[in-house]
Design a protein around this ligand. Sequence first.
Ligand code: LLP
Length: 431
Amino acid sequence: LPESLSVSGGHLFCGGADCVSLAEKFGTPLYVTNENHVTGNFRRYEAALKKYTNNVQLLYAAKANENPVIIQSLAREGAGADIFSLGEMRAALEAGIPAGILLFNGSSKTEADLRAAIEKDIMISVDSVDELRQIDAITKELKKTAKIGFRVNPAIEVPTHPKIATGIKNSKFGIPAEMILEAYREALSMEYVVPVGMHCHIGSQILEVEPFAIACGVIMKVAGEVTKIGVKLEFIDFGGGLGIPYHREGTVDKAPTPEEYAAAVMPVFLEGCKKAGISPAFWVEPGRWMVGESTILLTRVNSVKKVHKTFVNVDAGFNLLIRPAMYDSWHEVVVANKADQPADGTYTITGPICETGDIFGSDRALPSVVAGDLIAVLDAGAYGYSMSSQYNSRPRCPEVLVNGDKAELMRRAETYEEMTGCVVTPSWHRK
Ligand code: LLP
C-alpha cells in the first residue's frame, strides 16, 4: 500500500479515517485524499533538490488535481504552479500563489490567454515564434513588459506511454534546439518582451531518471548558447514527469524517488551553470508525484456476475477515472471492507458505463467479493477527478479530504440540475 493508506480491523484506512465509514457517511462513488501525504510529498521533493542548491522552486502542475483546496494546501507549502489555461491561472491566483512563481504553459494559447498573463505579470512559456510575435503585439499595445521563456523540445527518447511523451521529436510541444537561438534573438530585439527563462517537459509517468538527466544536458547546452547572445536566464524549468509505482508488487514499476531524480539531474544542472557562467533558479513542475498516491476512488459493488469469468459491477465508471480506459493504466484494487482477507479468486472490476472498456482492473486476485462490498481503486489522485466527465449523464461524485482523523468534503456531488444547467433550448424546440 502507499503511505497514505493502512489496514486496521480488516478495513482500509486513509490517514486516520476508516474508508468503510467514509463511504457510509458520504456515499459512493467517492474520492478520498490524504492531505498530509500531499504536503509531505512536497516537502520531500523540495528537500531532495535543495540538497544541491537553495535556488530551487517547485511549481505544482495544477492539472494533476485541480481541486482548489489541494492547490491551496500546496501554495501554503510555498509551491508555485504550472498553469495551462485561464481556469488554472485563476485557481492558482485564488489559492494565493504569487504571479512570479506561475508559469503559463501550453502550445495553443489564445489572444485572451496571452493578454491575461501579461496583464497579471505571469511569465509565459512560449511554444512558437508565431506566439512570440503575438505577445510582442500585445505588449506594444499595453506598453507593458512580458517576461518569457521558450519551451525547448530536447528531441530525446522518452520511455512512457506515447500519448504522454512530450519531449520526443515529433511531439507538438516546444521548439527544436536548432531553432531556439533564432527565437531568443528575435525576443531580445523586442521592445517589451524580456526573455528570462527556458522550459522543457519531456513527458509523464517516467520511471527512469536517465531521460531527465539527458534532457537536462541538452537544455544546459542550449542555455549556454543563449547566454552568449545576451539572454540573462533567471530560471530554467525542467518540467514534471517523475512517475509513481502504480504496480507495487513485483518489479513492474520500480519508481525512482525524488532523491534519485535529484542525484541524476542536479549535478548536470550545476555543471552546465558553471560552464555557462550563469546561476538561474532550478524550477521543476511535478504533478503526479505530488498527488497521485494520496487518493483513492471508493466504489460500491452493485452486483457480481459469474460467467466465463467473474465481473464485479461497481458504481464508479470511467467517467470518474479514465486512466485505465485511456492509457491502459494499471491501478491497484483493494476490497476496502475485507482488506485483511486473502484472495480467493480473480475478479474483473467493471463500471456502469455503456462501453466494454469501462474496466478498472482485469482478472485481479481478490478476497471473495459480493454485492455491497466496497472497492478502493488506488493511486487515483493524479489525473483522476481532473479528467472526469459526465458521460452517460452521470453527475460527478464528491471528494473528501482527510487530515489525521478529520475527514470533510472538499467538493460535494454534482446535482442533475448543475449537470444540465448549461443546456439552452433553440427557439424551434420551444412550444
Ligand atoms: N509540466 C507540463 C508542461 C506538463 O505538460 C505536465 C503534464 C506536467 C508538468 C506534470 O507532469 P507530471 O509530473 O504529472 O508527470 N493524463 C495523463 C498525464 C498527462 C500529463 C500532461 N502533462 C495521465 O493520466 O497519465
